[in-house]
Design a protein around this ligand. Sequence first.
Ligand code: NAD
Ligand code: TYD
Length: 360
Amino acid sequence: MRDGRRVLVTGGAGFIGLNLIAYLLATDPDLSVVSVDILKYGWQQASLARAAFPSRHTFVQADILNQGAMTQILKDHHINLVFHLAAETHVDRSIHSPEEFVQTNVVGTLRILEAFRSVYGERREEMRFCHVSTDEVFGTLGQDAPAFDEETCYAPRSPYAASKAGADHLARAYQVTYDLPILVTNCSNNYGPFQYPEKLIPLMIFNALAGKPLPVYGDGKQKRDWLHVGDHCAGLWLAATRGLPGETHLFGGGEETENLTLVGMLCRLLDEMRPRDDGGSYAGLIYHVADRPGHDRRYAVDSSKARRDLGWAPQMGLEEGLRETVGWYLNAGDWLVAIAADGGFQDWLATNYGGREATA
Ligand code: NAD
Ligand code: TYD
């Protein structure tokens, strides 16, 4: 690929999208970014305003399901690198409304792939399409099973994971069938600035700061392999610029941690950085609630290939990354206030936690 990259980031008002745009603009001074997002939830406007990107960034409000609009954006902005992140992303929401996940994640990916295919012939030598996916497509690991790698078979167990698996299959099929320069990445659980507080880490910080209970699903011994979002963004850039069409790369933090341990770490950081008025620990707010249906017990990712072939390695350890993340949320009061005031967010909390009985 030659310099002067003109990048499209789909899902650019989401958590990873916002971090990726900042990473790209800081990494390559010759690069410009167009981001698209449907802006479905009220908080995303507040996120875009807070991110305040410089002039090399253009935001377009659009739906990836609108193939004509996607094609026009690729053409008008002479895009030569696509990072496709737009998706419905929350497992719990996928349990409540699976159809939206199939529409956005499967059909939406089909549409953006079709748009890319339609403009590809015009500038084939310089183009790349990076399809961004998750380790959840591999299903759940036994306690002593080896970590997921690029050869692991897909075995998704939630509507979210199944819809991402469908999208991944389409991306790979388009690469082979139409000889398109498409790469796929699968990453473990991310955390960091701008993650919406429906996901575990920001929800715990959000609730703790409001003095509300910290709901841990089931026994809290489920394991996730946490990676700081900045390290994921670095991996995406390396995959897109050094990887080959048809390749897959897996990224993981190598920091498998039980949920209860993670929530304990967050509570200790908050105790130190924003002590409670009554002098107690935030850990006193932890309570166990009914488990998520079909809850995957363990994820772990083997990133040897990315380390070897891309020269990638995570730079941020979990303890350090959580400290930085808690610090970011403590300074993001206006953003959190906007989320708390969002009726849609409050409706979600009522839907997901309202009828969930506490367990021992
Ligand atoms: P997010 O939910 O914060 O952001 C997704 C964005 O996509 C949102 O801003 C949303 O408005 C947008 N979007 C949804 N439907 C759209 C549509 N029809 N048209 C345009 N935009 C639409 O999620 P995220 O955590 O930033 O995840 C981004 C991508 O990375 C997803 O594809 C996800 O599967 C993948 N991923 C996430 C993680 C993680 O831990 N968060 C890990 C691995 C992979
Ligand atoms: P989440 O952030 O939703 O990511 P994913 O399900 O994609 O891994 O959840 C991370 C883990 O935390 C997962 O095992 C579910 C658990 N969890 C809770 O225990 N309580 C909660 O309120 C949430 C949102 C998640």
